[in-house]
Ligand binder design. Structure first.
Ligand code: F6R
Length: 249
């Protein structure tokens, strides 16, 4: 794992977008998995601008959605589905066959997990994963206590996720479960970018990156990933020991 500290959220997001462009330049049929939420929001916007201005060929790229709230339909602006469509697929005109999201309307969510596992496997695995970290250290809906080896699964949401998750919705929602790719995908991806910005993330970032590697803080798994890069702004890095920071020029 390498840690890069950027001056601000804009610089961090520009770097993540640039790494995404580079991944696609190196491999035109790259498989890219993304979280939704506030952390990757600006990365998506910059990536869209770059892809358009550089006329990047996205025709063979496949996009995978990391997770989804169970019970929240795709047309709800707080759903992950809505986020991906609005911030990525619609502005870039991505073909329906080239993006893959959890379908929470499936009759059997266990079968839906198996479908996503099969799909990622058929695509040859994930080249680049862009994820955020929750206030409880979750990645995707890999909640505290999750086993590191899991593939796609349905998770009972942790109280912090239920409370903090309200920020995506205009009115109070009953959130109980999420469906998510498991942490084995982080271990097996060719490259992982974990993005965190803002002072509110400083405490959990420090625990995840400097504490024991333990399922109680799922994001601590990054410490074991040689292909893992943590991109932080100054505020999110403010509780890390100085020696762990690699200032990005
Ligand atoms: C969302 C997801 C979550 C978020 C995390 C941080 O698809 O996978 O794990 O990445 O909760 O959320 P933000 O970025 O909104 O602070």
């Amino acid at each position: 794992m390498k840690i890069h500290v950027f001056e601000n959220y804009e610089a961090l997001s520009a770097n993540a977008a640039e790494q995404t462009v580079n991944t696609i330049r190196k491999k035109s049929n790259a498989v890219i998995c993304l979280a939704s939420g506030h952390s990757p929001q600006r990365t998506c916007e910059i990536f869209v601008e770059m892809a358009k201005s550089k006329k990047l060929d996205l025709s063979a790229v496949h996009f995978i959605g990391l997770d989804e709230w169970v019970g929240i339909p795709p047309d709800d602006p707080g759903s992950c589905h809505f986020f991906f469509s609005k911030n990525l697929f619609e502005p870039l005109g991505i073909k329906r066959s080239n993006y893959h999201l959890f379908d929470i309307s499936a009759d059997n969510l266990t079968a839906e997990c198996a479908r996503m596992d099969g799909l990622v496997s058929d695509l040859g695995g994930i080249d680049l994963m862009i994820v955020g970290i929750g206030m409880n250290g979750h990645i995707g809906f890999n909640e505290p206590g999750v086993a590191f080896h899991l593939k796609a699964h349905v998770a009972q949401l942790h109280n912090t996720t239920i409370e903090v998750g309200q920020k995506y919705f205009s009115e109070k929602k009953v959130l109980t479960q999420g469906i998510t790719l498991g942490l084995s995908y982080l271990t097996n991806a060719k490259k992982v970018l974990l993005l965190a910005n803002g002072e509110k993330k400083a405490e959990i970032v420090s625990k995840a990156l400097t504490g024991p590697v333990d399922p109680t803080i799922p994001a601590s798994i990054l410490q074991n990933c040689e292909h893992g890069f943590v991109l932080l702004d100054q505020d999110a890095a403010s509780k890390l020991p100085e020696k762990l920071r690699t200032e990005q020029q």
